[in-house]
Each structure stands twice: as C-alpha cells, then as structure tokens.
Write a protein that binds this ligand. Structure first.
Ligand code: C2E
Ligand code: MG
Ligand code: MG
Ligand code: MG
Length: 286
C-alpha cells in the first residue's frame, strides 16, 4: 500500500509539472505568433513636467491587442517574455513602432523623450546596441529614445554592462533606473552604471502620507540630489500627490492623474492638447 501511495504521489507531481511546462510553452508559442502577426503593440503614457506644464515625453508600454480587439496587459505575459530569448525581437519591434509612429512629433519636437523598457540581458549582450547603432547609421532619431531598466533584476555582468551603457551614451540616448527603491539599487549602483534619471516607484507615491514611507521617499530625493540626478515619479493618481511631489522638487510625473497608457491615436491627440498654452497641467496648478 505504502508503495502504491508513494507512486501515485510522484505520478501526480510529474503530471502537474508536465502540464505547467506545456502551459508555459504554449504561452510562449502564442507570444511568438502574436509578435509575427503584429499583435504586440506599443501604448504610450505621457510624462509631464508639472512645474512648467509641458510634456517631457512618454513611456512606451507593451500591450497584446488580439484580433477580436481585446487588450492584454503585460502583467499576464511579461515574465514569460523576459525569461525567454523572445524579449530581444519584441523590444526591437517596440522600438521600431515608436520611431515609426512618432517620427512626425519627434521631428517637430526633438526634446521629447520616449522611454522603452529593457532588461539586464540587453546590457549583458551587444545585440540591442548593435541594432540601435545601425538604426542611427540610417538616420533614425534614436536619440529621442530613453532606456528604462528595472532595479528589481540584478545586472550580473558589470563589465559588459558598462560597455553597452557607453554605447548608449555615445548614441545620445539616456538611461533611467526604473522602480527605484524596490531592488538592487543604491548609490554605488547608480554611480557604477551612469544613470541619467531615477524613477520613483508607485509604492512610494501611494504611501506619501505615511511618515515612515515618506521618509524613505525623502531619502531617495536626498540621494538623487547628491548625485545630481533628476527624479520621475510614477503612479501619480491624485492632485494631492502631484502637488506634494512638486513641493519636494519632483517635477517630472507620470500617472493616471494625467493620462493612462493610450493607443497611438489617443496619444497624438493628448500631445496636441498638451502643447496648447492653457493645458490641463497649468489648470491643475491653479
Ligand atoms: P513599469 O515600467 O514600471 O511601468 C509603469 C506601470 O505602471 C505601467 O503598467 C503603467 O500602466 C502603470 N501605471 C502608470 N501610472 C499609474 C497609475 O497612476 N496608477 C496605476 N495603478 N498604475 C499606473 P503596465 O503597462 O501594466 O506595465 C507593467 C510593467 O510591465 C512595466 O512596469 C514594465 O516593467 C513591464 N513592461 C511594460 N512594457 C514593457 C516592454 O515593452 N518591455 C519590457 N521588458 N517590460 C515592459
Ligand atoms: Mg518602465
Ligand atoms: Mg516603473
Ligand atoms: Mg513600477
């Protein structure tokens, strides 16, 4: 009996693992097909300079837009994508979309910066920078791009990362530390990798009104000040948060208060509104 029970137990585990792996595999296959059929689309969320009332730029955020029109958020698939080699063609596809979609706006407004999220692998291997360099050689406006890398995932190959970062800078791109305060960051990390901006995670914005959390935010602000790095707050949802951040000198802000991530057409309308002299941000400050 004991033998039978043990056998059944191991069989159950075996099939559970098997079906889990098949499910993962099929999600990756479906993502591969989605990439091929143009269903992986960039949405855009504005980043606002709340001090001047002008638009600083936007973040490109991936969405899986299915044939039936349903939209799937990255929360559902980004882990699978990032842990497979598919992340590089997908990232390049997004960059391609940004440059094609926004070439008009970027020509007209060369100061505007569009952020694209990358992963540590892109700093550990030369492929992404090879592609960016050849786009630059063809006269594409790659210098309007900014690359965001989350501090949640460690960068193992420091020597190689420094080489890729030097190439990023040589092309005129900027580098942002994403989700600051949630992972492996810290002063030495920031200096080592020569970041240009720090993005304060939504977590700190959410808890702005709690003493402990707001002192963690103040510590980040102090550190950024010492390093002479501008901050961008993400996840700003209320006017109160926006004004409190502004009081602390955090001028660049992104969040639902201003706009959710939007498809291209809506984003272009938003941009046109934002460049009018009496736009929503200037009204907000009154
Ligand atoms: P992230 O890079 O930190 O992007 C910010 C996330 O916060 C976005 O979620 C955005 O929609 C959300 N957000 C912005 N403002 C607010 C707000 O006021 N309230 C709330 N509740 N949420 C807000 P999203 O688009 O679902 O993306 C989630 C994460 O997926 C991103 O976090 C990023 O890590 C990853 N991701 C998205 N697109 C890409 C991509 O093209 N490549 C890679 N490697 N990762 C991506
Ligand atoms: Mg980001
Ligand atoms: Mg972030
Ligand atoms: Mg975040």
């Amino acid at each position: 009996w004991a033998g039978m029970v043990a056998l059944a137990f191991w069989l159950a585990i075996f099939f559970a693992v098997l079906s889990y792996r098949q499910k993962q595999n099929s999600l990756l296959n479906r993502l591969q097909n989605a990439l091929q059929s143009g269903e992986l689309i960039s949405f855009y969320q504005p980043i606002i300079n709340v001090d001047s009332g002008e638009m600083y730029g936007a973040e490109a955020l991936i969405r899986w837009v299915k044939k039936d029109g349903s939209i799937i958020s990255p929360g559902y698939f980004i882990d699978e994508l990032e842990s497979s080699s598919l992340i590089t063609p997908v990232t390049l596809c997004l960059i391609r979309q940004v440059l094609d979609n926004l070439s008009g706006i970027l020509n007209q407004d060369p100061e505007l910066k569009i952020s694209v999220n990358i992963v540590p692998e892109h700093l550990e291997h030369p492929h992404l920078l090879d592609a960016l360099e050849s786009m630059a050689a063809q006269g594409e406006q790659v210098q309007s791009l900014s690359l965001e890398i989350t501090e949640r995932q460690p960068i193992y190959d420091i020597a190689s990362a420094k080489i890729q970062i030097a190439r990023i800078k040589a092309l005129g791109l900027t580098l942002k530390l994403d989700d600051a305060g949630t992972g492996y960051g810290g002063i030495s990390y920031l200096q080592e990798f020569d970041f240009d901006y720090i993005k304060i995670d939504k977590m700190f914005v959410d808890t702005l009104h709690f003493d402990k959390a707001s002192s963690a935010l103040d510590a980040q602000i102090l550190m950024a000040g010492h390093l002479n790095l501008p901050l961008i707050a993400e996840g700003v949802e209320t006017k109160k948060q926006a004004l409190e951040l502004l009081q602390r000198g955090v001028h660049l802000q992104q969040g639902y208060l201003f706009a959710k991530p939007m498809p291209l057409d809506d984003f272009i309308c938003f941009y046109q509104e934002a460049t009018k002299p009496d736009n929503i941000v200037r009204k907000l400050r009154r």
